[in-house]
Design a protein around this ligand. Sequence first.
Ligand SMILES: [Zn+2]
Ligand SMILES: [Zn+2]
Length: 194
Amino acid sequence: MERKFFHGNIQPVDIAQALLAEFNQGNLRAQTLGASDKLIVQVSTSPNASSGGQTALTVTIQSGEDGVIVEAGQQAWLGVAASLGASALSAIRNPFSLFGRLDDIAQDLENLQLVEKVWKVIEQAVKTSGASTQLSERLRRVTCEFCHTANPVGEPACLACGAPLGMAQPNACPHCGFVVTKHERICPNCKEKL
Ligand SMILES: [Zn+2]
Ligand SMILES: [Zn+2]
């Protein structure tokens, strides 16, 4: 399971539409579930695919404080079932039939390539909308606790009153976009070195 944070003016539907356009064709089927602030896109092999194993993977896209949070992985269905709640679950004809498929899915080599492809499409959609794993202008501001002026990230002292801005300045992991503080050395989300 990989989780990435994209910052900027982007909605879950932007990513869901890009995934549908790319994957709902050929031997693949893609469908969207959920409401506008939390969408789930399931990509699977079509039931009558002539070649290749059974492949299914789930992409969860939700609105974040500053953009969207995207998770993709083969085993997300378990978490999805719990987080969607009863009303959304009734939209899925038989969610429990998926649990029995997890073993097949884990062994499916084709699937690994699909995960990579899915992330590429997501990153392209993010790029098109002008968002990125870097912090947006709005979050790239540090509010001075003394005079409440918004200062650009990286300023050592408040531009208005000169008070030190210290270590509270937010930053984003260049790998996954998780918001970290200046003194963090390892990203809590993806465990990459910062
Ligand atoms: Zn100030
Ligand atoms: Zn990270």
